[in-house]
Design a protein around this ligand. Sequence first.
Ligand code: PMP
Length: 426
Amino acid sequence: MSDLKNLSTAELELRKEELEKQYNMYKMENIQLDMSRGKPGPEQLDLSHGLLRALSEEDVKATHNGDIRNYGQLDGIPEAKALFGELLGVQASNVFVGGNSSLSLMHDAVARAVLFGTGEGQTPWGKLPKVKFLCPSPGYDRHFAICELFNIDMIVVNMTAEGPDMDQVEALVANDETIKGIWCVPKYSNPSGVTYSNETVQRLAALKTKAEDFRIFWDNAYAFHHLTDTPDELADIFAACAQAGYPDRVYMFASTSKVTFPGAGISAFVSSEANLAYAKKQLSVQTIGYDKINQLRHVRFFEQIGGVGELMKQHAQLIKPKFDQVNRTLTEELGGKGIAEWSEPQGGYFISLDTLDGCAKRVVSLAREAGVILTGAGATFPYGKDPRDRNIRIAPTFPSVEELKKAMEVVSVCVELASVEKLLAA
Ligand code: PMP
């Protein structure tokens, strides 16, 4: 099929009728499919059942740090710190191991900055009349929700194939002292799949910011979630920051949510020695320590199965066919029609679909009526407002390949129908 934008009004009317017929047929099939969140599928969760058997009674009583059933070791057991150190390419001494959710570590890092400031002598952000964050978009809706909760204004920065538009970022932070942070998902970004280029990492590290206490929230949620044998490489942000003279600029986060169990994994907060020491003062009031048994369980499980890399390969075997299926159906149904573009990521959990401007909301609502629940249109932008109303996040990991095929056929018809409606209205 040729570019829809070249069709005459009569041809578009005809196509609309065909699409409506097809759409109504799908509606009668009573499809029920929820693709709104990036959750691992059940067969992925099964890969980590060994976790439930990874520890013996002796293991928990006699680590070289003593009995881990008891209180203590606020920043995690050394084995878990070493594990994250190795996985993230950072020093174990810079790792703080948390509970099952890195999102909660991010929330707490923002909360501490708002309540107490980023370090000794720094003004708490909550005492300032205005605080703003840069939000490369499309991005992760839960980052934006944290900003909303703490009344932090969000500024949209465009995402490019190399990461955030750094010209925009540099211009913004240079003259505005109220800009205190930036959200980054630097590897296999949610939802665009982009891995930041070396240049982007260098420029972020070397940013000349008006705010002295500017922080990069480096959410490395998909650091080792490769879909191919040729993983993207991400430059070392800590080394780059240290070299640029800003050793305290980065808060890094990661977790095993999409390695083992999202409901029962372990997470990490990584930062400079000074930042960690300051955070630990407050964290020690919040808790006497996180779940060390789960930490050791993860360490032992990974040893038993030959490492995280091996497990991630098995995940890729399960989910790569799902990403391929989405790409195949979109290509078959929408290829060459000039009405949609989508990412083909090398890793991570999402495919980002861009429709014609002004169509995303309509597509999501049409799909919902036909039984396919997608992430809400606009969710990938601050305040839920996509200025061009065109981005849709597709989360292919949970449904089966067969379900995905059907769901993407439905979505494709919705995209084309919404586009035809838009072109006819123009
Ligand atoms: N960051 C990103 C970018 C994510 O996509 C997700 C999960 N969707 C999370 C964080 C959540 O991580 P956790 O389960 O460790 O809280």
